[in-house]
Design a protein around this ligand. Sequence first.
Ligand SMILES: [Zn+2]
Length: 92
Amino acid sequence: MIRRSRRRRHKPEVDCREVGRVLQSYLDGDVEDDFAAKIGAHLEACKDCGLEYETYRRIKTSLAAKMPEVDPAAVERLRAFGAEITGDSPEA
Ligand SMILES: [Zn+2]
């Protein structure tokens, strides 16, 4: 009878490669909480990754600042335009 070995756990610490891979998801809040905590700890401890994180964050923030919110009138126009093409009523 073959005993199944326990599934190997993830390393407690994430390494730089892993952080780099998930950095964007981390910024978007798309990673699990305990994983996010590990990444956060790494970013604080690792200067390189921390710097990269700052850069990503700044880009993201500046992008968001350029379009603070979508103009509802523009959305309406776009919707009307789409409706014109498809022949649907503008009210979806
Ligand atoms: Zn690192």
